[in-house]
Ligand binder design. Structure first.
Ligand SMILES: CC(C)(COP(=O)(O)OP(=O)(O)OC[C@H]1O[C@@H](n2cnc3c(N)ncnc32)[C@H](O)[C@@H]1OP(=O)(O)O)[C@@H](O)C(=O)NCCC(=O)NCCS
Length: 302
């Protein structure tokens, strides 16, 4: 996959962030924890020639596709540099801000969007016991201008064609997934996306929203308590397909248990209702699946 990246400097000179910029961006813009910022500064200092060249090429991939859809496929970072992907992303923050400003997106929203970086750094530390950003490629959506955080939910322009399909995504940090929070976010998106991308969406009627997630598995309703927000969220979507029969271990381990995929079942934490409910299903032989569904606005009263 590395071969498919543009060459170093192909689009513009790589604005390699220095230690002070890395620290400031992480603490002031990305809401990162101090230990993640410290480790990132150390990791920056440890980049060798080949790692710096790869960071440059990753940045060029972003610069070449500002305003493009979805997120980019990136090669796995070299084992010695688990934070490598962070640096081209931080280098691209000014490109993102310029894109947002051009499209009338408030700086407030740009800042809120970057909070996801701090969250995923925290999650990596929880998963692997050290600093890292295993989903660095995910943030190429944020910095290229395809993804926005509008209230509780994230919306990403993902599909092909003149009015691309919009994916709904759910951060871990951000509070309960109540129907009111979901409705507010979706209402915002129906207004926001046509305003930001008038060449794609003439109005809310051009938007098709969907979600692919462990949250949409209808089996969850049988295992979660009545008060859980998750089944109510799932029921907003018209499901398509049957999901992957191989299951969704990596997502459940990551999002529900906060553990790496190789953690044995008996070592998973059972600290709250969600974890205990999913575990009860595992023990009963339920094959949990990720499902895809299209958002039915009428189920939100919209
Ligand atoms: C989706 C999400 C916001 C739902 O949270 P919610 O609205 O609080 O969900 P529920 O109403 O079902 O919460 C029920 C229980 O789950 C717990 N819970 C909520 N989020 C949790 C999480 N990320 N990890 C573990 N437990 C969680 C709550 O503490 C509660 O337990 P309690 O009753 O013992 O206090 C939450 O599961 C989450 O943050 N997930 C991670 C992000 C994610 O999965 N995104 C989708 C990726 S495809």
């Amino acid at each position: 996959m590395t071969q498919e990246l543009p060459q170093a400097g192909a689009v513009r000179a790589y604005p390699a962030p220095g230690a002070a910029a890395v620290r400031e961006l992480l603490l002031d813009w990305c809401g990162a924890d101090a230990d993640d910022a410290d480790d990132a500064v150390r990791a920056l200092g440890a980049l060798d020639g080949p790692a710096l060249e790869l960071a440059d090429r990753l940045y060029q991939g972003i610069a070449a596709d500002m305003g493009g859809v979805k997120w980019l496929s990136w090669p796995k970072p070299p084992a010695a540099h688990p934070l490598l992907g962070l640096f081209p992303l931080l280098a691209a923050v000014p490109d993102m801000l310029a894109f947002h400003a051009e499209r009338g997106v408030d700086e407030d929203l740009s800042r809120r969007l970057l909070g996801d970086v701090g969250e995923k750094l925290r999650l990596n530390r929880r998963l692997y016991g050290r600093a890292g950003l295993d989903v660095a490629h995910w943030f190429t959506g944020h910095v290229r201008g395809s993804l926005y955080q509008l209230g509780r939910l994230q919306f990403c322009v993902e599909g092909e064609g003149p009015a691309p399909y919009v994916g709904v995504h759910i951060r871990g940090e951000g509070g309960p997934l109540t129907l009111d929070a979901v409705r507010d976010s979706v209402e915002w998106a129906l207004e926001f996306l046509p305003a930001v991308f008038p060449e794609r969406y003439a109005g809310p009627g051009d938007l098709a929203l969907g979600c692919h997630s462990w949250l949409l598995d209808p089996q969850l309703r049988d295992w979660l308590p009545e008060r859980s927000n998750i089944p109510g969220f799932a029921e907003l979507f018209a499901l398509e397909g049957d999901g992957d029969p191989a299951g969704n271990r990596s997502d459940l381990w990551r999002f529900v248990f906060g553990r790496s995929e190789d953690t044995p079942v008996e070592k998973l934490p059972l600290d709250n209702t969600l974890q205990r409910s999913v575990m009860a299903g595992i023990e009963a032989g339920v094959q949990w699946r990720n499902r895809f569904g299209r958002l039915d606005l009428s189920r939100l009263g919209l």
